[in-house]
Design a protein around this ligand. Structure first.
Ligand code: NDP
Length: 263
C-alpha cells in the first residue's frame, strides 16, 4: 500500500482489452505512466503492435500486444496464461473492448445482436473469468477487474430526435454488463477479487465519429459540462479502482459523464 495519494503500479501487470485505440489507448498510456507492465488485447488493427511498442519505449515498461478476439473462450484462456508467463503475474484487468451497431430497431438482425452481445457482454465475462481463474488457481489475493460499461446502462440515447442515435442492442448490452459487474463482484469477493465498472458518457473516439455535427452539438448541449469527453478523462477513475486505494470498493458502477445523468 502506497503512502499518500500516489498511484504507483511498478511491479504490476495489467491487461487492457481494446487497449490500442480510443478509451482503451488512454488507459494503456495512463497505466504505463504509473509503471505497470501492459498486455494490450486487440482484434484486428494493423498498428496495434507498433502502438504498444511505442508506449513501452516512452514509459520504460514492458508491453506487448496480443491479437485475440475477446469472445473466443479457448483463445482467451490460452492468451491470458501466455501473458501471465511473459509479463506477469497479472494483477489487474481492464475489460474495455466494445462495439456498437447504430441502427433503428426495425432494421436490426440476429447477427447484429450476436455481434454486439458477443463482445460487450460475453467478451467481458470471458476475459474476467480467464483472469479470475488464474488468480484463484494461483491463490493470488487482491486482483482488480475494471469493466468499461456506459452511461447508456441507465439512459437511452435521444433516438426519437435522430435515427443515428438508435442503438438498442448496444444500450441493453451495457445494462447487462453493469449487472454482470455486480454478479461477478459478489461471487469472487471471497477470493479477494474486486470487480467494478467505469461508465463513460460521450467520448470522442471512433465509436462516436459516425454522429453528424448537428446531432453532436445538440447532444453536447444536453451535458451539464457542455461537451463530449476526451479519452484521457476516463483514466482517473479506472486507475483508482485498479489501485489499493480502492481496496474496499467492489460491485460499483462509476459514471464519468460530464454530469449527464443529473437530468
Ligand atoms: P473504439 O471503437 O475506439 O475501440 C474499440 C476497441 O475494442 C478497439 O481496440 C478494438 O480492437 C477492440 N475490440 C473490439 N472488438 C473486439 C474483440 N472482439 N476482441 C478484442 N478487441 C476488440 O471504442 P471506444 O474507445 O469508443 O470504446 C471503448 C469502450 O468504451 C467500449 O466498451 C465502449 O462501448 C465504451 N464506451 C464508449 C463511449 C464513447 O462515447 N466512445 C461511451 C460509453 C462507453 P481493434 O482496434 O483491433 O478493432
Amino acid at each position: 500500500m502506497s503512502s499518500g495519494f500516489t498511484i504507483d503500479f511498478k511491479g504490476k501487470c495489467i491487461v487492457i482489452t481494446g487497449g490500442n485505440r480510443g478509451i482503451g489507448y488512454a488507459y494503456t498510456r495512463a497505466v504505463a505512466q504509473a509503471g505497470a507492465n501492459i498486455a494490450v488485447i486487440y482484434r484486428s488493427s494493423k498498428d496495434a503492435e507498433e502502438v504498444t511498442a511505442k508506449v513501452a519505449k516512452e514509459f520504460g515498461i514492458k508491453a506487448k500486444a496480443y491479437k485475440c478476439d475477446v469472445s473466443d473462450t479457448e483463445l482467451v484462456n490460452k492468451v491470458f496464461k501466455q501473458i501471465n508467463d511473459e509479463l506477469g503475474p497479472i494483477t489487474g484487468l481492464i475489460a474495455n473492448a466494445g462495439v456498437s451497431v447504430p441502427k433503428p430497431a426495425l432494421e436490426l438482425t440476429h447477427d447484429d445482436f450476436i455481434k454486439v452481445y458477443d463482445v460487450n457482454v460475453y467478451g467481458v465475462f470471458n476475459t474476467a473469468r480467464a483472469v479470475a481463474k488464474l488468480w484463484i488457481e494461483n491463490k493470488h489475493k487482491g486482483g482488480s477487474i475494471v469493466i468499461t460499461s456506459s452511461m447508456s446502462s441507465q439512459i437511452i440515447n435521444q433516438s426519437a430526435l435522430n435515427e443515428s442515435l438508435a442503438q438498442v442492442f448496444y444500450n441493453s448490452s451495457k445494462a447487462a454488463v453493469s449487472n454482470l459487474t455486480k454478479g461477478l463482484a459478489a461471487e469472487w469477493a471471497a477470493h479477494g477479487i474486486r470487480v467494478n465498472a467505469v461508465s463513460p458518457g460521450y467520448v470522442n473516439t471512433d465509436q462516436t465519429s459516425h454522429m453528424d455535427k448537428k446531432v453532436r452539438d445538440y447532444q453536447a448541449k444536453a451535458i451539464p459540462l457542455g461537451r463530449f469527453a476526451e479519452p484521457h478523462e476516463m483514466t482517473g477513475q479506472a486507475l483508482l479502482l485498479l489501485s489499493d486505494h480502492a481496496s474496499y470498493m467492489t460491485g460499483g458502477e462509476y459514471f464519468v459523464d460530464g454530469g449527464q445523468l443529473i437530468w
